[in-house]
Design a protein around this ligand. Structure first.
Ligand code: PAF
Length: 282
């Protein structure tokens, strides 16, 4: 695997590979890799001839009181894991390389970003949309892979790619969970052992919803209330949001009569955890 820090160096290599007819798969990350990221690399490996992974903790997607400084980082470990997965190129730019002095452009959406995480983290999705647009322009991949744990992020990126005619196929990949159901996240490292128990309430609440649906409950607010009560019953939890929304538009649903997304954001101790599930109604 080669490690590249400069945009122009990466561009030259990609151009050469493309001239040789190679298909490029891309996995953008903020590092501190876990099995979720590695599942994206594996999928990219199986569908492309060259796999590029980027590690860049993007400052523009963090709010002023968020964990940018503390965000976990371990470059040597990440490099080792990527080498084991036979990743071909690791793009590891500096902040100055990605946002040189005089950088003034922002990619901003008028839809999808005012809800869920976008509501709690103003400006977050502008930061994501901007950096992903830049990365896709730099790498120019045939396919780019994103996890469904960041469901809203995936919808935002698909929308940007469609609206700005970016020539990359966006592939959404399933959430990877620990054996006990906890969704993998780089931020799980913030959890103490006791808090980790409470973190399971997010995933467990999906079974609670299944049970209510089986009993014929259709009132989305009733379901939300039960989920909130359930999660608040665990120590260390503080709910940011519990929402039931349309899986495509993210519009709030009042009455359940078709597929829906339940999306959660919950602070467990210092960690802000997100999880989601699409419920299919036959
Ligand atoms: O999901 C992430 O890790 C980040 O939001 C991404 C897509 C790499 C952009 O910084």
């Amino acid at each position: 695997m080669i490690v590249i820090n400069k945009i122009e160096d990466l561009r030259k290599i990609i151009k050469k590979e493309k001239l040789e007819g190679k298909k490029i798969g891309f996995v953008p990350t903020m590092g501190y890799l876990h099995e979720g990221h590695l599942s994206l690399i594996k999928k990219a490996k199986s569908e492309n001839s060259i796999v590029v992974c980027s590690i860049f903790v993007n400052p523009t997607q963090f709010g002023p009181n968020e964990d940018l400084e503390k965000y976990p980082r371990d470059f040597e470990r990440d490099k080792f894991l990527l080498e084991k997965e036979d990743c071909n190129i690791l793009f590891y730019p500096t902040v100055q390389e990605m946002y040189p002095d005089g950088f003034f452009t922002k990619v901003s959406l008028n839809v999808l970003t005012g809800k869920l995480c976008g509501k709690s983290r103003p400006g977050h999705f502008d930061g994501v949309a901007t950096v992903v647009t830049k990365l896709l322009n730099i790498v120019a991949p045939d396919n780019a892979y994103f996890g469904l744990k960041d469901y809203q992020q995936l919808l935002v990126i698909k929308r940007v790619v469609k609206d700005l005619n970016i020539d990359t196929n966006i592939v959404g990949c399933p959430i990877v969970r620990e054996k006990d159901g906890l969704a993998l996240s780089s931020r799980n490292v913030y959890l103490t052992e006791e808090q980790r128990e409470s973190a399971l309430s997010l995933n467990k609440s999906f079974s609670l919803v299944e049970g209510m649906l089986l009993k014929g409950v259709k009132d989305a607010n009733k379901i939300k209330k039960e989920v909130i009560k359930y999660i608040e019953g665990f120590r260390f939890t503080k709910i940011d949001y519990v929402e039931i929304v349309d899986p495509e538009t993210l519009e709030t649903i009042e009455e359940i009569n078709g597929n829906f997304l339940m999306a959660l954001a919950v602070f467990v101790g210092k960690a802000r955890l997100i999880d989601n599930n699409v419920f299919t109604i036959n």
